[in-house]
Design a binder for this molecule. Structure first.
Ligand code: ATP
Ligand code: MG
Length: 401
């Protein structure tokens, strides 16, 4: 079937054709399922692993690889619209699903975000409209490319062009010698060397766009990372100037429209010590830094994704309360330095005694260090109270603040 014959009229909940197809079974898929079901939709999840966070909650689970032809066919037979929660899903699978249904975001949009080289080229191409460039960088396809790297890029961060997340596939290098060793260590896969920039703080902008081209932008979120993993998100951003907020929000709206993107998109920016803004990367899906929208906004990022893929009107992005989101990693299940000293249950009773705390656990059976197990949002009348209770929770859970 050609894409022109795909039915683009709205998909209604609570009907025979209300099944939504989700490729990927992680926590983002799980939170999507919760919101979809709240709206009266059903969700079928394609995920190879047994007992995944999303499959637990979904109405149906196809246990197959993301590129398994029979699995994709099962999803295509049951659903008329599809999305993904995992940006490394093969773009070819989304293209396949687009033959029979509505895919949001499209394979083309997802594939830009899957490759740092394409992503940076996209940001650079749009810079005349957005006024924001990516960090100075060099593309390293072969060992020979190392001979042409400008000394100005040191100290830098070597990042694999594909498959990186949570700081994985990244090495900090101070010199060409360190770069050679690190590149060889990554088995000569295609990489990008980025200049290490003097960050003042980091923000992300969540935008959503419907099939009709209508777009909405959420308030700026300020993010703190630890060891390359998101630690907290604070909204409203304590540091962002009105000027930087407007600039990044406008840039996000320009970028999402430029590629005719449908669905939720998150764009990460760096604000440098001199106040200038640099675009880092984008995620073609709801994002960890947008979890705050579940408890703090009129419409969550997951509900927005459901509305966009079902060709329904997007919801109000208004934030009704200040919020801090704290990621919960598997580390707090262990009290010593090795994983042998398993395993304690974090004191959720004490955390839940804090009036502003909303606990979200993802149903992962096994806690591992650096594994995202859940998050807590602190929703309070003032940001100070939310921050204060976040610090109290860290103390209870043994997280250094
Ligand atoms: P994720 O997908 O989880 O957001 P990732 O593995 O794709 O992460 P990046 O977002 O590129 O990685 O980098 C992770 C963190 O490392 C950034 O949020 C920032 O704190 C730091 N970082 C990355 N690039 C730079 C840079 N050029 N200069 C300074 N710090 C950087
Ligand atoms: Mg990032």
């Amino acid at each position: 079937m050609s894409s022109s014959s795909i039915n683009n009229s709205p998909q209604f909940p609570n009907t025979e054709s209300s099944m939504l197809g989700m490729v990927g079974g992680g926590q983002l898929g799980r939170m999507f399922v919760h919101e979809a079901q709240a709206l009266g939709f059903k969700v079928m999840v394609l995920e190879p692993e047994v007992g995944s966070p999303a499959a637990h909650a979904a109405d149906a689970h196809v246990q197959a690889a993301y590129d398994d032809a029979a699995g994709l066919q099962q999803l295509a037979d049951a659903c008329s619209s599809f999305t993904t929660e995992f940006e490394n899903v093969p773009a070819a699978s989304l293209a396949k699903l687009a033959e029979t249904g509505f895919v949001a975001p499209s394979a083309d949009c997802v594939s830009i975000a899957q490759d740092r080289i394409e992503e940076k080229a996209f940001f650079t191409r749009c810079a005349p409209q957005t006024g924001i460039l990516p960090a100075p960088h060099a593309i390293l396809r072969t060992a020979d490319d190392l001979n042409h790297v400008s000394a100005d890029l040191f100290p830098g961060i070597l990042k694999t062009a594909r498959m990186g997340y949570d700081g994985k596939g990244q090495v900090r290098v101070k010199s060409i010698e360190e770069l050679r060793a690190a590149f060889a260590n990554l088995n000569d896969v295609v990489c990008v060397l980025e200049k290490m920039l003097p960050l003042a703080y980091e923000v992300s902008v969540l935008v959503a766009r419907g099939a009709d081209g209508q777009a909405v932008v959420y308030p700026i979120a300020e993010n703190v990372h630890r060891d390359g993993i998101l630690f907290t998100t604070t909204v409203p951003s304590p540091h962002v100037s009105a000027e930087a907020a407007l600039k990044t929000q406008n840039a996000a709206l320009k970028l999402i429209a430029d590629i005719n993107y449908v669905g939720v998109l998150c764009i990460e920016f760096f604000v440098l010590q001199d106040g200038s803004v640099v675009v880092n990367e984008m995620a073609p899906r709801p994002h960890n830094s947008g979890h705050y929208t579940i408890d703090a906004c009129v419409t969550s990022q997951f509900a927005q994704q459901v509305r966009a893929m079902a060709r329904l009107p997007l919801g109000d992005v208004r934030q009704h309360s200040p919020c801090v989101m704290l990621n919960i990693l598997g580390d707090i299940w262990f009290d010593g330095t090795t994983e042998q000293d398993k395993e304690r249950q974090p004191a959720w009773d004490k955390v839940l005694a804090l009036p502003s705390a909303h606990l979200h656990l993802y149903g992962k059976a096994e806690a591992r260090r650096a594994r995202k197990m859940g998050h807590i949002t602190f929703i309070a009348p003032t940001l100070e109270q939310a921050q204060d209770e976040m610090r109290q929770a860290c103390e209870i859970l043994g997280i250094a603040v």
